[in-house]
Design a protein. Structure first.
Ligand SMILES: C[S@@+](CC[C@H](N)C(=O)[O-])C[C@H]1O[C@@H](n2cnc3c(N)ncnc32)[C@H](O)[C@@H]1O
Length: 335
């Protein structure tokens, strides 16, 4: 089956990794900074349930991209000639949308009516142009893609807006995936803040997940209830550069977003802070199974990578992402 998914701008490399872990036989045919077209043998309900995907679509057909009205006429002919919608379970209401290069665009009324008539005939659904509930059929064009694709929208997971300063839930899900989570993980986020990463981690099986932050008292009131209620989670107040409350070699996975020394005072030049942080991570990480994922500003990568190296940790994979438009790098590695 073919799918088109949209995700947070700049997360492409993480999404590609996560899709390969979550879906069967993924073959990507197009990718840009916020969308991907791919084939997979996984069913639509699995694709629509991916927590890091903003919108998911099943691709039903395609025509070469060209002048829009002519291309949509061609698409309508393909739908009719090949009966593209005969397999779709209809019977309800639907509407059509056209999104070209990231923006919704209008289509000449006769062209749209013909397309909608073809949909009515094959699905026995009723047109409800005003939207609301019902099926959505999308005509989508992307810059750099020489096709216009015709898709049915799959329902997708809705996220609440994150608290200020907190990582977005879709990014947290992607970072946890990129850390290659294991069933027997003892997980730690030592700069846990709003608890977004620990919340993403406890959605997947693990032995224990530790939330730790120096300023727990400031964060506690806004920690998410599922995190506070989870039997797997432990909430601690600790300095990540010391981690007094964590035993030596007791952690198998650290996934964290440390301060970059830009918006908050870390009390030391960043290089010294990074040195203390890596020494402390080295002490608590399991000597053979310890893994580390760290999100840092891209300009800090040389400094951080030196400190990983100095304690015998190797970044095996890097993902370059955009965090609110700022270049950032995800370092993933271990012993
Ligand atoms: C960039 S924020 C992390 C945000 C977090 N990923 C989230 O989604 O909310 C850095 C966090 O590190 C905490 N912090 C700063 N210095 C610390 C230290 N030495 N030890 C532990 N936590 C510290 C801050 O209180 C803040 O919550």
């Amino acid at each position: 089956m073919r799918y088109y998914v949209q995700f947070g701008a700049g997360f492409g490399s993480l999404v590609a990794t996560a899709l390969r872990a979550d879906l069967e036989e993924v073959r990507t045919t197009f990718e840009d900074d916020s969308a991907m077209l791919f084939e997979s043998s996984s069913p639509p309900d699995v694709v629509s349930g991916l927590s890091y995907v903003k919108n998911a679509f099943r691709v039903l057909g395609e025509v070469p991209r060209g002048e829009l009205p002519a291309a949509i006429r061609k698409l309508t002919k393909v739908i009719r000639d090949r009966g593209l919608l005969r397999q779709v379970r209809g019977g309800g209401v639907f509407r059509t949308m056209t999104n070209i290069d990231g923006a919704l665009v209008g289509v000449p009324p006769q062209v749209r009516t013909r397309l909608e008539t073809a949909i009515v005939e094959q699905t026995r659904s009723k047109l409800n142009a005003r939207g609301g509930t019902g099926d959505e059929y999308w005509v989508i064009g992307r810059r750099g893609l020489d096709l216009l694709v015709f898709c049915q929208r799959l329902t997708t997971v809705r996220h609440r807006a994150p608290a200020r300063g907190s990582l977005r839930p879709d990014l947290c899900a992607l970072l946890v995936k990129a850390s290659e989570p294991r069933l027997d993980d003892v997980f730690l986020d030592p700069f846990a803040g709003s608890g977004a990463l620990v919340s993403a981690r406890i959605k997947l099986p693990c032995r224990r997940a530790i939330y730790s932050d120096l300023r727990l008292t400031e964060h506690r009131a806004s920690l998410p209830p599922p995190l506070l209620k989870s039997r797997k989670a432990e909430i601690r107040q600790d300095d990540a550069t010391v981690l007094d409350s964590v035993d030596d070699h007791s952690i198998t996975s650290i996934v964290t977003d440390p301060p970059w020394g830009e918006h908050e005072d870390i009390g030391l030049p960043f290089e010294q802070f990074a040195r203390k942080m890596l020494l402390s991570f080295d002490r608590v990480l399991h000597p053979s199974r310890g893994r580390l994922l760290m999100l840092v500003a891209r300009r800090l990568v040389p400094v951080v990578a030196r400190q990983w190296d100095s304690v015998g940790l190797t970044p095996r994979t890097t993902h370059e992402i955009l965090l609110n438009g700022h270049p950032a790098t995800v370092l993933v590695g271990g012993r």
